[in-house]
Every structure is written in structure tokens, then in C-alpha cells.
Write a protein that binds this ligand. Structure first.
Ligand code: PXP
Length: 243
């Protein structure tokens, strides 16, 4: 089986920083560590509401990422302008709903896709590889293909919510991946993947790239907690030592 690329989404490193509007933790530093650990790419979502990643983060990531940058964005004009100027290796177009906690579904390709087609053309001309984040549904994949993009990212959220109780969502991902690949599309996947549920998705041969964020940042916080507390305790103990 061909190998699979793992792209790490570092948005929630920025979420922690934005909780205090300070300068730590730094998403670029997280990206560097992810690359050292073997990530094949770094993913960041510049949301219209700028709730985590900021424009300056994208500028720094575009300049400093050693692997490749996959920038996720919706169709907000200022965000599209920034993406067109920086022309990251890959752009993944996603829907954004203002009140959502995270990207809740794939792009709706049923209505008027004029603005989407315009953004695809602009970002492709700028030099980015454009991918569309869509639900694992045959008709939607056909519509993505008709828009002329080279890649799609299948939304794995439904699978992540239901994999314990039902095999239906996994079967939908398997057949969507097969259909996408048969049309010549590069097939990516992501959303809600964790150490517990990634295996069956990673085993789908037609999927060549996974984007994983929240679970990695969560695990990083736990795996690093012992070291962070020990370091701080050491500094405090040193300050209390008689001179
Ligand atoms: N792929 C896309 C298109 C996303 O919008 C997100 C969330 O930003 C992810 C993957 C990663 O999802 P998670 O943080 O649940 O791993």
C-alpha cells in the first residue's frame, strides 16, 4: 500500500495563546516540533473571526514551514487576498458558520458555486494546489470534480461520532474514497480523528493524506504536563534556596 501523509493542524496551539492574548504557546514552534517528529505538512485554518490563528501566524508559517503549508480558509475576501498573496503549497476550502465550534460539515456544492469557482481559479493561478473539504457523498464528489480541483478532503466527523456503534460512516468513507480516486482526484481526510479511531481510516488505500489537529494538541498537553510542572517546581525550589 502507498504510504500516507500526516499533516498536523496547529490551530489549537493558537487557541490556547488567544485565551490570554499573549505570545505562548507559539504555533510556529509547534509546527517545527511536529516536523521534527515526522509530520509531512502543517495545516492551519485562518478563520474569518480570527478566533485562533492570526494573519501574522500565517505569514510566519508560510515563510518558515520546512515541509508544506496547507492553509484552510472559507471565502471571506480578506482571507482569500492573504492566501493569494502568500500562495501556500495547498489551500483547502472549507465552509464557515459563525456560531459553530468547529467546521461542522463539508462545503455545500448544491447551490450557486460561482464565488467558489472564482476563488478556486484565483488561488490556483497564484500557484496553490486547491482541495475542497466535502462530505463523503458521491454526488458531492462529482460536483467537486466538475469544479476542476485536483484534490478533495473527506469530512470524517460523522465517522468520528459514530464509529463505536455503527459501521455505516466508515463504509461511506471507503466508497467515497474509491469514487474520488476513480475520478482522478487526490483524496484527503480529516476531522475528529484520534488515536482510538484513526486506524480504519488510515487503512483506506485511496486516502493519501490525513489532517489531524485537536486530538494531537490535546495529547501534547497531557504528554508535556509532567515536564512543564517539574520545570516550574525546579525554578521555584532554586529561588528558595539560601544564597
Ligand atoms: N480538516 C479540516 C478541513 C478541518 O477544518 C479541520 C478542523 O480545523 C481538521 C481537518 C482537523 O480536525 P480535528 O481538529 O478535529 O483533528
Amino acid at each position: 500500500m502507498p504510504s500516507m501523509r500526516l499533516y498536523i493542524n496547529i490551530d489549537h496551539i493558537a487557541t490556547i495563546r488567544e485565551a490570554r492574548k499573549t505570545d505562548e504557546p507559539d504555533p510556529l514552534e509547534a509546527a517545527r516540533i511536529a516536523e521534527l517528529a515526522g509530520a509531512h505538512g502543517i495545516t492551519a485554518h485562518l478563520r474569518e473571526d480570527r478566533r485562533h490563528i492570526q494573519d501574522r501566524d500565517v505569514e510566519r508559517l508560510a515563510a518558515e514551514v520546512k515541509t508544506v503549508l496547507n492553509l484552510e480558509l472559507a471565502l471571506a475576501p480578506d482571507v482569500v487576498d492573504l492566501a493569494a498573496r502568500l500562495a501556500p503549497y495547498q489551500v483547502t476550502l472549507v465552509p464557515e458558520r459563525r456560531e459553530e465550534v468547529t467546521t461542522e460539515g463539508g462545503l455545500d456544492l448544491n447551490g450557486d458555486t460561482g464565488r467558489l469557482a472564482e476563488v478556486i481559479a484565483r488561488l490556483s493561478q497564484a500557484g496553490s494546489r486547491v482541495s475542497l473539504f466535502i462530505d463523503p457523498d458521491r454526488a458531492t464528489i462529482d460536483k467537486a470534480r466538475a469544479l476542476g480541483v485536483p484534490a478533495i478532503e473527506l469530512h470524517t466527523g460523522r465517522y468520528a461520532h459514530s464509529y463505536r456503534s455503527s459501521p455505516v460512516a466508515l463504509a461511506a468513507l471507503q466508497s467515497a474514497a474509491r469514487h474520488g480516486a476513480s475520478l482522478g482526484l487526490a483524496v484527503h481526510a480529516g476531522h475528529g480523528l484520534t488515536r482510538a479511531n484513526v486506524g480504519p481510516v488510515a487503512a483506506i488505500e485511496e486516502i493519501e493524506e490525513l489532517n489531524i489537529g485537536h486530538s494531537i494538541v490535546s495529547r501534547a498537553a497531557m504528554a508535556g504536563m509532567y515536564a512543564a510542572v517539574s520545570e516550574m517546581a525546579g525554578i521555584i525550589a532554586a529561588a528558595r534556596r539560601p544564597r
